[in-house]
Design a binder for this molecule. Structure first.
Ligand code: SF4
Length: 480
């Protein structure tokens, strides 16, 4: 494909480029800008001015160097085969094709985009958004020939961005609502996406009816449409195969395809759990789920939350730990729509395991939270530290707060009268032998890695020998 006459190169070799703040001419969207979006709309042939790039508001030369600005990318497409189903599919490719432009970086999706233009490319002549729009039109028409007409509108006028932003949110919501009508059990085919392998080479998104992509931009219908119109593209079918574990969400077909597409790096995937073999995360996730061992619960943080979370870490620090396409037990990138899934962390206890999330996110997914748990989940307004979180959970009677109370009671200081026998050890606690305990109970907390943290509080002990034995489930059944 020729980009003759363009001031910069346009090629897949630039995919994955990063532009640091000190190297950027300007940025659009990102964490410091409230309103930004990208939206593709299917239109009639008459409604689309083919090849046009319109800039509604100031262009690059009118913006102050080093600034962060709002932006709406509104693309209209038409063609005999262009259907509404294809809108999100085309929309998601804006990410890929923008990253082909030398000196341009595009991150995230939908209402959360973040674009940087480098000083170097600006100096080379990338001084108007027009070049970006023309590159998109050429790339889309070459790679998706069913698009017969395309026009690109860049909205930089803050008032107009605000107006369209609300419309865009309504359109995203309508797309998500449609995908809530089917379940994983109803289909034989899941779909995959490897669009983000340019940033995270081992990452494979598995998209099922009950598990939206972690970027939130691709649901099962979208992925199915993408795989059918562009079989050589980044989306592909995954025959579900035999279900190996309906609670954890492990499927033979998923394991096979993910192993192949990740070049053997990922061999097993649990779709409904963040432990053992969690889904990989690239870097585009809308939210991070993080395990909080001190309360044995799960917290969430969304990309827009700027403060530290209850474990003291902000989104950006945990994103580095979560992303990159590797399986990290206890950290998982998820799409916001996954909160509404009937399979939401099914293997880990579902909503009963959720203990903390920013108030903005809690409000956004309010409809998905079981009413009896809503007031029991803390936000940054209720708990800023783990100690505050423990207190909140116990006071509110959260299922994990009740457990914590029981554990605290179990490790309470010994009564004045000496107690002869060691109090009963909870069933989940490994047996501890060879310890001279004087009225001191022993308790244990499961950790993210599946192990145990043994707590001996206020004890004066002499350890001659310590044997930790794993209690086999089958043996426990036999004893009964
Ligand atoms: S996050 Fe997943 S679904 Fe979304 S673009 Fe990346 S690979 Fe595709």
């Amino acid at each position: 494909m020729s980009f003759e006459g363009f001031p910069v190169e346009v090629s897949p070799i630039y995919e994955g480029q990063r532009i640091r703040k000190e190297d950027m001419y300007v940025e659009f969207g990102g964490p410091s800008v409230d309103r930004k979006f990208e939206l593709v709309l299917a239109a009639s042939m008459e409604e689309v001015e083919d090849g046009a790039v319109k800039i509604i508001g100031p262009d690059l030369t009118e913006l102050k160097e080093g600034g962060s600005y709002p932006l709406g990318i509104l693309i209209r497409v038409a063609g005999a085969k262009v259907e509404k189903d294809l809108e999100p599919v085309i929309e998601r490719r804006i990410h890929m094709y923008t990253n082909y432009v030398e000196g341009m970086m595009h991150l995230n999706q939908r209402y959360d985009i973040w674009i940087r233009i480098s000083k170097k490319s600006f100096k080379k002549g990338l001084t108007s958004l027009k070049w970006w729009g023309l590159a998109l039109i050429r790339l889309f028409k070459a790679e998706m020939p069913f698009i017969e007409k395309m026009e690109v509108n860049f909205i930089t006028d803050p008032e107009k961005v605000k107006e369209w932003y609300q419309k865009a949110l309504q359109i995203y919501e309508a797309r998500d609502a449609r995908a809530r009508t089917i379940r994983d059990e109803d289909v034989d085919m899941f779909y995959g996406c490897v669009l983000c392998q340019s940033f995270a080479p081992q990452h494979v998104c598995v998209i099922s009816p009950n598990r939206v992509s972690l970027c939130g931009a691709m649901n099962w219908f979208d992925a199915r449409a993408a795989a059918s119109v562009d079989p050589k593209g980044p989306n592909f079918p995954i025959p579900k195969g035999k279900c190996l574990d309906p609670i954890k969400g492990e499927y033979e077909g998923v394991n096979e395809v993910v192993a192949k597409r990740s070049m053997g790096a990922v061999k097993r995937v649990f779709l409904y759990s963040m432990f053992q073999y969690p889904h990989t995360s690239c870097g585009c996730f809308e939210c991070i789920a993080f395990y909080i061992p001190e309360v044995d619960g799960v917290g969430f943080v969304h990309r827009g939350f700027r403060g530290p979370t209850v474990n003291g870490l902000p989104f950006s620090t945990m994103a580095a730990q979560t992303g990159g396409g590797i399986q990290t037990e206890g950290f998982l990138g998820v799409g916001i729509e996954y909160f509404r899934s009937p399979k939401f962390f099914q293997a880990d206890g579902g909503w009963a395991r959720v203990v903390w999330m920013p108030s903005e996110l809690k409000e956004r997914v309010k409809d998905a939270i079981p009413p009896e748990l809503y007031d029991k989940i803390a936000t940054e307004k209720d708990a800023k530290t783990i100690d505050e979180l423990k207190k909140f959970l116990m006071e509110k009677g959260h299922p994990l707060g009740i457990k914590l109370k029981e554990m605290e009671a179990a490790v309470a200081p010994p009564p004045e009268k000496p107690v002869e026998a060691v109090p009963a050890v909870p069933t989940a606690v490994p047996s501890v032998a060879g310890i001279e305990v004087t009225g001191i109970p022993v308790s244990a907390v499961p950790t993210a890695g599946g192990g145990m943290k043994i707590i001996l509080k206020g004890a004066k002990i002499t350890v001659k020998k310590l044997i930790v034995k794993k209690v086999e489930a089958s043996k426990k059944v036999e004893k009964k």
